[in-house]
Design a protein around this ligand. Structure first.
Ligand code: GLC
Length: 619
């Protein structure tokens, strides 16, 4: 394959290449040296390799992990960074284009100013695959505008224990729901449009990541990333101690739907199944996924997932590749990986046929992404955080909010004599977005652009709403109506494992103060999972589970005021107490599928900017 002259995409997003003739994949493989083949199987973090080194080693893929943002973190700088790696790949002997991957798990959420959609647990509550498909399309457009062609999404885990720090990355407890939502996101992300590159999705984490048991998270003494995380890493990456029937009927099912939707990549899971690491599991990675299910794309390892297989790194590498891993997310010590691979192939530990199969799968996916095509036009940078995408995110926020309880406090009337709102989360973009947002673990404060619940209420005419994060209002008189917004601190993966998902002490104090000071009290919860707050739910007059709504949480004001109806249903059971957690037989406070419906409230023209006009009925 001859190299092509790829110029850095201009801000208008045009990415021109000189016309070149591309031979078929097998001919390309026949031309490749062993080091070029190994290069295609190597994925390196942008924090550990320069563009020049990408050229030197013919590296096939670079990723930005959760913290892999350029500084400043702007779409323009992202486009330049990704473009520099893409350009470097064209300067290799064969010029095989580079595939750049990110965790665009709820929008292109690493990038400052990108649209951040609700996390999957909220989309599962909305339960609308057409909405999720549109979110996939919008996410792909924002990714491609920066030159990023590969999203490590969707997570199609089926979380069974809400103490898991990745519960919110799953659409819900029902494998049919997860299958439908995962397939929809893949279809949206990978939608091809003439003249435009195509993004690739990644179904993850194969298989059984949501089935692990509490307390089984591994502690490999030869891999130290567990320390200093508090009570984290208890269930994440643990052991799924379940039968094959349960594995197939619950956790494998979404992969069948993902493959039918045409997913081109799958990420192997850190977890084990009955003590056997998935990254080393030939039976599941090759015999089931590629053989029985006919998956024709490629399997990528997880971050340092290969390192966990064996105290001997070389043994782990050979085991993983022979089990069916096609590309390794090294992601840092790539020279060590290349050396281990070279040793394993030259000594016959890994047969060349396995290498060729892996490279063929990778080149097939790169072809499907349009990377070898010429003259494709990327979306312009202006799509990132565009009004249309933010409107879509606002729709998703409204559609994912679950009304758990309403004793008449909702909808909020257009005019309220004294309306108060408390809880720092009511005006904190970081808390409303959660993990995997700008940073791996997320953050607090104005971490990116968007609208908060407070701003949403103010925009709907409640400009006089009094906001005090701690609930300490100067006016000693009781308020007619109070809203208190509580939130989990942001987290991602094992650091989010929690034995007792509950409201924080600080939030409980704010709630108690507001309960004393307000006639009617509405509780709004930002969380990556149901929380054991039955006592607060009991005391509140209305309760809304908003999950992790993303950058456009201001749209919650639309449903709180009745401009739009509540229609969502919780996709996980809501525990009655902390003792219920991990006890599948314990009766929940609210079962999966719970959610009160309301309808749009009749409004006069001046009251309802949205122009909604229907009579309110409680169904
Ligand atoms: C992480 C996650 C995986 C993510 C990858 C790259 O450890 O397990 O979901 O895609 O690393 O950030």
């Amino acid at each position: 394959m001859r190299g092509s002259e790829a110029v850095r995409p201009s801000s208008a997003g045009r990415d021109r290449r000189r016309d070149v003739i591309r031979p078929p994949i097998d001919h390309t493989i026949s031309e490749m040296t062993l080091s070029e083949k190994i290069g295609q199987m190597t994925q390196v973090s942008n924090e550990s390799i320069t563009p020049a080194e990408v050229s030197d080693h013919a590296i096939g893929s670079v990723l930005s992990g959760g913290n892999g943002n350029p500084e400043p973190n702007t779409p323009e700088v992202w486009s330049d960074m990704v473009g520099s790696y893409a350009e470097a790949a064209t300067r290799t002997r064969l010029g095989v284009p580079l595939l750049y991957g990110v965790d665009a798990v709820h929008g292109h959420s690493n990038v400052g100013g990108a649209t951040v959609f609700p996390h999957n647990i909220g989309l599962g509550a909305a339960g609308d695959d057409e909405l999720v498909l549109r979110i996939g399309e919008a996410t792909a457009a924002e990714m491609l505008a920066t030159g990023v062609g590969w999203a490590f999404a969707p997570t199609i885990a089926v979380p069974q224990d809400i103490r898991w720090g990745r519960t919110y990355e799953g659409y819900g407890r029902d494998p049919s729901l997860v299958s439908a939502m995962g397939a929809a996101l893949i279809t949206g992300l990978q939608r091809s449009e003439p003249g435009r590159p195509r993004a690739l999705a990644c179904a993850k984490h194969f298989v059984g990541d949501g089935a692990t048991s509490w307390g089984t998270a591994p502690r490999f003494d030869f891999v130290d990333w567990w320390d200093g995380w508090g009570d984290g890493w208890q269930i994440d990456q643990g052991d799924a101690r379940i039968s094959e029937v349960e594995l197939r009927s619950i956790h494998l099912r979404p992969y069948i739907a993902a493959i039918q939707a045409g997913v081109m990549t799958v990420m192997a899971s850190y977890n084990s199944w009955n003590g056997a690491k998935l990254h080393a599991h030939r039976g599941l990675l090759t015999d089931v996924l590629k053989g029985e299910l006919g998956f024709a794309g490629f399997v990528v390892s997880d971050w340092m997932g290969v390192d966990q297989i064996d105290p001997s790194y070389g043994t782990g590498v050979a085991t993983a590749i022979n089990a069916g891993i096609d590309m390794v997310m090294v992601p840092d010590e790539y020279r060590r990986f290349i050396a281990a691979m070279t040793e394993a192939v030259t000594t016959g530990l890994i047969p060349m046929s396995r290498i060729d199969d892996a490279v063929r799968r990778i080149l097939r996916a790169k072809t499907a992404a349009g990377l070898f095509a010429d003259g494709l036009e990327r979306p312009p940078l202006e799509v990132i955080g565009s009004a249309d995408h933010r409107a879509l995110a606002a729709e998703a926020v409204r559609r994912s909010a679950v009304l758990l309880k309403n004793d008449g406090a909702l909808p909020i009337a257009p005019v309220v004599d004294s309306l108060r709102i408390a809880g720092e989360a009511a005006d904190d973009i970081g808390l409303q977005c959660g993990g995997w947002t700008v940073g791996w673990q997320g953050g607090t404060g104005r971490t990116t652009s968007g609208t908060t619940l407070l701003e949403g209420l103010q925009a709907l005419g409640h400009a006089d709403v009094a906001f005090e994060p701690a609930g300490r209002f100067v006016d000693a008189a009781r308020a007619d109506l109070g809203i208190v917004c509580i939130a989990e601190r942001p987290y991602a993966e094992g650091p989010g494992d929690c034995a007792a998902p509950d409201a924080s002490e600080a939030d409980r104090k704010v709630f108690a103060k507001m309960r004393r000071d307000c006639e009617k009290l509405v509780l709004v919860i930002y969380s990556g999972r149901p929380l054991a707050v039955a006592d607060l739910i009991e005391q509140a007059d209305a309760v809304v589970a908003a999950w992790l709504p993303g950058s456009e949480a201001g749209a919650l004001a639309d449903v709180l005021t009745g401009r739009f109806p509540f229609e969502a249903h919780t996709s996980q059971p809501w525990p009655g107490s902390l003792e219920d957690l991990g006890q599948p037989e314990a009766p929940p406070l609210y079962p999966t599928g719970h959610g009160l419906h309301t309808a749009q409230v009749a409004m006069t023209a001046e009251q309802s900017p949205a122009g909604a006009a229907r009579t309110a009925v409680e169904r």
